[in-house]
Ligand binder design. Structure first.
Ligand code: DQA
Length: 168
């Protein structure tokens, strides 16, 4: 009986709550005020709150991070190595330029979903190129703040399937 209790406790430790890191790139701290016709009126704080709550409902821990600096985003991705189960990232303008963020995502080696609030393909041609599109698991684009919610739901299904099959 005592052994059974120990086994159950260690199984709980091994099957810890999955962790999903959500990273927001430059200028996304201004959501709600910044070009609302393009990005909507929801603030970053509201998006993060919704994701943490939804994560709680779905049984994952959601950690959020925003920076205007490419180096700080690379540092945060390096810190996450071996510590997260999946990444959701909107690199914002760095999507179109950053090899450093691409390399950090490749080094992270976790399932990754690329998110954009706006449909970048309906916008200027320089927004049509993503440095990470070919290394991410999937992309959610054009649904405003809802893009993040859809990405989190997809991530949780993916992590659950990986947990059941041992594949990611
Ligand atoms: C964005 C699209 C990018 O082109 C832009 O630079 C952003 C936000 C989006 O979420 O729609 O800052 O990533």
């Amino acid at each position: 009986m005592a052994n059974k209790t120990k086994e159950a406790a260690s199984a709980r430790e091994i099957r810890r709550e999955p962790v999903v890191l959500v990273v927001h790139g430059p200028n996304l701290n201004l959501l709600g005020e910044r070009e609302p016709a393009v990005y909507g009126s929801t603030t970053l704080r509201e998006i993060n709150h919704r994701l943490v709550e939804l994560g709680r409902e779905l049984g994952v821990k959601v950690s959020t991070f925003q920076s205007n600096s490419e180096g700080a985003i690379v540092d945060r991705l390096q810190e996450a190595r071996g510590r997260i189960d999946a990444l959701i990232i909107n690199p914002a303008a760095y999507t179109h330029t950053s090899i450093a963020i691409r390399d950090a995502i490749a080094a992270l080696d976790s399932p990754t979903i690329e998110v954009h609030l706006s449909n970048v393909y309906k916008r200027e041609p320089f927004r049509h190129h993503s440095t990470i599109a070919d290394i991410v698991t999937g992309r959610v684009i054009g649904f405003g703040a809802e893009s993040y919610v859809l990405a989190l739901r997809a991530t949780v299904s993916m992590v659950a399937v990986a947990g059941r099959t041992g594949v990611n």
